[in-house]
Design a protein around this ligand. Sequence first.
Ligand SMILES: NC(=O)C1=CN([C@@H]2O[C@H](COP(=O)(O)OP(=O)(O)OC[C@H]3O[C@@H](n4cnc5c(N)ncnc54)[C@H](OP(=O)(O)O)[C@@H]3O)[C@@H](O)[C@H]2O)C=CC1
Ligand SMILES: O=C1CO[C@H](CO)[C@@H](O)[C@@H]1O
Length: 329
Amino acid sequence: MSVPSVTLCDNVKMPVLGYGTWQAKDDELEQAVEAALEAGYRHIDTAHVYENEKVIGKVLSKWFSSGKLKRQDIFLVTKLPPGGNRPESVPKYLKRSLELLQVEYVDLYLVHVPFGFKDVEGDLHPRTPEGLIDMDTETDHVALWKAMEAQVDAGLTKAIGISNFNKNQIEKILENARIPPCNLQVELHAYLQQKDLVEFCKKNKIVVTAYSPLGSPGLAKFMAQFGRTIDLPDILNNPVVQTIATKHKKTEAQIVLRHAIQKDIVVIPKSTNPKRLRENISIFDFRLDDSEMKQLNDLDQGLRILNFMIFQGIQNHPEYPFKAEIGKL
Ligand SMILES: NC(=O)C1=CN([C@@H]2O[C@H](COP(=O)(O)OP(=O)(O)OC[C@H]3O[C@@H](n4cnc5c(N)ncnc54)[C@H](OP(=O)(O)O)[C@@H]3O)[C@@H](O)[C@H]2O)C=CC1
Ligand SMILES: O=C1CO[C@H](CO)[C@@H](O)[C@@H]1O
């Protein structure tokens, strides 16, 4: 299956469907990345905090050295951890990611979150003695962005972007950037369609990537490991999605992914199951009509699943992005 691409800044091409890897590690991920590459995925989304860059690097280097793929065939995305959200930490963390991924450059480097943590070696999520997340409240986006730009100049990434930033935070970067961000990665699915933010990004030539495009159905199980229960919406069992899926002889997952793609949004579903990851890439052989698009657009509820409250006390960081929603969280 061949996936179409969208053009980011400076003619960098990004496949509109990528392979998400959060919560996937080690042996399971190794097999799954193999299966994903076999299935035709050419865009891989990881992050330093996912602690799986080494496995991804191992599989990619095998494919590159066997000649099955060339480096330029792959669009590789990774992210600066929150503990690296200060200018002097950016080169250190990008260098680490490049070493783990066994590549000379990434295609897109993202600032993972707008808030910073203390930079504690060996602890990606440091805590205070009281159990709160150990924040660095001095996070300065303009200074940080200059360090991101320097990574493009050094040839260590083709493009730079942000993730989980709100509109005001993006505006501030745009006002001060020499190299504007060309990608915003945010939570986006049928129940959180982010219409205003998407419109704003279009106006500013920022390609939007939808994370958790299926509504992150495995999240409740994942959070349970940390003793947290969450009330997860079940987008894939929504009757509107189900009816459209039956009509097209497609699965519910394929319908919600196709819905985003038809709105020029890049999607990065995660699956370590070979059957499901093949299912998720098989969305380029049908089209939703205007009435189906409208029915799916109407499912929007502004419902955010990932608000970072897992990091206790994070809402008190000056750059916590969802302050306006706090009453609703
Ligand atoms: N920038 C950021 O802050 C964030 C970025 N991300 C990125 O976005 C990616 C995707 O988001 P994520 O939160 O993982 O959630 P997704 O919406 O991609 O959902 C993943 C879950 O859905 C299941 N699944 C996958 N395909 C299907 C299918 N066809 N039918 C039914 N269930 C399916 C998976 O299980 P199984 O594996 O068993 O198939 C897994 O439990 C992440 O992996 C990560 O790369 C995610 C969160 C935050
Ligand atoms: O990508 C991510 C998924 O969500 C996690 C927990 O909220 C974060 O660590 C990270 O931003």
